[in-house]
Design a protein around this ligand. Structure first.
Ligand SMILES: NC(=O)c1ccc[n+]([C@@H]2O[C@H](COP(=O)([O-])OP(=O)(O)OC[C@H]3O[C@@H](n4cnc5c(N)ncnc54)[C@H](OP(=O)(O)O)[C@@H]3O)[C@@H](O)[C@H]2O)c1
Length: 271
């Protein structure tokens, strides 16, 4: 029998809201054993399928893996409490947007390897994208974490922190931008007289169907466009408007997110 990826035991999730909860959900549905894992969150709010406590003192044996899944702004409140539970055998995986490896190392000097991971929300349904970056994870750890995150969709190790951030800016925040585009398509449908329900359904199914088709055929986006738009037809009339603005709009959108990432990185460096 082949064995799937395993979480080091024990694994601590420090914080488990939207993103931490999505990772747990994805790993649970991938059949990964969570019986030796624990969630630590102040509310103590239960996370399905995993022991949940509200303080480090209740967590039990010191962790082999710690997943940091709280807001970056909480780092200086949580790090001083957490670090006393960490030994050099504890790997840290941080999903904190913008907080650089050096800032994490300065707060967790005595811990083992530190890894940055930037997942996106569809990890919950195992169709996520996760970038990984570390300067001290050895081959075995890289393989183990690579397999754990590959169980949640597409995962890749990045060669430098700049490229890691670039993946975060596009894919980490991406589901929000795609959701806005779907909503905009639906609004346009409503403006043409469709009911909100029908407009929402066809907008969602159009994006889903297009992405699925391209993923399964492997064709480029230009090829998809060519197959939809006949010369001088209706789609081409629409594209003549869309193409004037879309690339620039997406570029400045991603740039604004990257700028905010740089601010968060700077704040974590200074404090
Ligand atoms: N959302 C995304 O799509 C996304 C994508 C990539 C990366 N991220 C990163 O993921 C992290 C979490 O974001 P999120 O959207 O999941 O936020 P969230 O839903 O607000 O969750 C934050 C979690 O932090 C916990 N927390 C707050 N104070 C704590 C403390 N003192 N000790 C331990 N846990 C504490 C909260 O616990 P309670 O619930 O008990 O209050 C909650 O579980 C952020 O660093 C963000 O940059 C998010």
């Amino acid at each position: 029998m082949t064995q799937g990826p395993q979480l080091p035991a024990p694994t601590w999730f420090v914080g488990c809201g939207n993103m931490g909860g999505s990772i747990v959900e994805g790993w649970r549905s991938a059949g990964i054993d969570l019986s030796q894992a624990v969630v630590i969150r102040p509310s103590g709010k239960t996370v399905e399928g995993i022991r949940t406590v509200s303080s480090f003192a209740e967590a039990g044996a010191p962790p082999k893996l710690v997943v940091l899944a709280f807001k970056p702004q909480k780092l200086d409140e949580i790090a001083p409490q957490l670090k006393s539970w960490l030994t050099s055998r504890a790997t840290i995986v941080s999903i904190l947007a913008g907080v650089e490896l050096a800032s994490l190392r300065s707060r967790f000097a005595g811990a083992g390897a530190i890894v940055r991971a930037m997942p996106n929300l569809p990890v919950a349904i195992r169709r996520g994208v996760t970038a990984l970056y570390s300067e001290d994870a050895d081959d075995a750890l890289q393989r183990q974490l690579g397999e754990l995150f590959a169980a949640l969709g597409f995962a890749m190790w990045m060669a430098d922190e700049g490229k890691f951030s670039a993946v975060g800016a596009v894919a980490g925040a991406g589901p929000a931008y795609v959701a806005r585009f779907i909503a905009a398509l639906a609004k346009a449908g409503e403006a043409r007289g469709l009911s909100p329900e029908i407009a929402a359904t066809i907008a969602l199914e159009t994006v889903l169907g297009t992405a699925w088709m391209a993923a399964t055929t492997g064709e480029t986006m230009d090829a998809v466009v060519k197959r939809v738009a006949s010369p001088n037809g209706t789609t081409e009339a629409g594209l003549a408007v869309l193409d004037r603005a879309l690339d620039d709009l997406v570029a400045v959108t991603i740039e604004a997110a990257a700028r905010r990432g740089a601010e968060l990185a700077e704040a974590a460096r200074l404090s």
